[in-house]
Design a protein around this ligand. Structure first.
Ligand code: AMP
Length: 147
């Protein structure tokens, strides 16, 4: 739980998935589906302009009856993006996701976007840490009994 998210990013395959802010909702959703992910970062060149997630598709596009082909993604994204530094720990991320009620967090270092951590990345890490701990306890107990 004290592992920093920079370690999680090192183990994460694939780069940062993003779309330019000029694309339509339809194009952004196609990219999300192509990569099988629930969120797209929206970029103005090198600058992070916003975040657009599957939740936004439901609440700001479908529920608002907007045309996905005729709606630019920057009209329905969240422009005020919360970001974290790579030194944040897994424990801190679990607390942040709960407190902020979101499942995605871009990671910035020295003003540059270096990755994205999702609640899925964090829960996979926690599950595998628990598995490793259980295995080492099993070996310890097994070793103790046979000694
Ligand atoms: P999510 O649970 O990540 O699908 O997102 C729920 C809502 O929070 C959506 O409106 C997203 O646009 C927004 N959101 C997700 N991640 C962030 C973030 N890091 N900063 C600001 N808003 C976000």
């Amino acid at each position: 739980m004290n592992t920093s998210i920079s370690t999680l990013l090192e183990h994460k395959a694939g780069g940062i998935k993003s779309v330019p802010s000029s694309v339509s909702v339809s194009e952004a959703v196609q990219e999300m589906n192509r990569h099988k992910i629930g969120c797209m970062l929206v970029m103005d060149g090198e600058k992070l302009a916003g975040i657009f997630t599957e939740r936004d598709v439901l609440t700001r596009v479908v529920a608002a009856d907007l045309d996905p082909k005729g709606t630019p993604v920057n009209r329905v994204m969240t422009a005020n993006v919360l970001t974290v530094g790579p030194e944040k720990t897994v424990q801190e991320m679990m607390e942040l996701f709960t407190e902020k009620r979101c499942r995605h967090m871009p990671v910035m270092k020295d003003g540059k976007l270096v990755g994205l951590i999702s609640i899925g990345d964090v829960s996979r890490w926690v599950a595998s840490a628990h598995r490793a701990e259980a295995e080492s306890l099993r070996q310890y107990i097994g070793g103790g009994l046979s000694a």
